[in-house]
Design a protein around this ligand. Sequence first.
Ligand SMILES: [Zn+2]
Length: 153
Amino acid sequence: MASTGGDGVQAISVQQPWAFAIARGGKSVCNQPLPTAYRGPVLIHASMRVDLKACDSPLVQRAGWNPRDPLATLGAVIAVAEVVDVCSATATNGSCDCGPWAEPGAHHWRLAEVLPLPRPVVALGRPGLWEPQPTLVTEVRTMLAATAALHRS
Ligand SMILES: [Zn+2]
């Protein structure tokens, strides 16, 4: 995968307001219909679809959902994170302690090291886990490096 230039970094498209809740609201579980063996860095991409009903949910409101926030956008990478584990307990009728963001019946992709981007990077998404263009990975990394440098000075 190194030949692609993206170092095997993956991306996942998530509907708003859930993507925002990951980027800004401490949502550390990504509910997916399928599990993954992938562990490592992932770009959090806000898909073109909005879960309108979820925007009014107390959980999302508590996460600070703000439609005017730049990261509330559609069709863009808005954060990076690490996939550290996948919990399939409730998908197989068991129970788990993944917390309030975990939907029963879904596979819980557990995220860590979430970093919101200073501004969204427009990109086309795909369902499930997808491999971003190397140029997209580079753009996101450059932006994060610039932000880190800013914070050090
Ligand atoms: Zn779980």
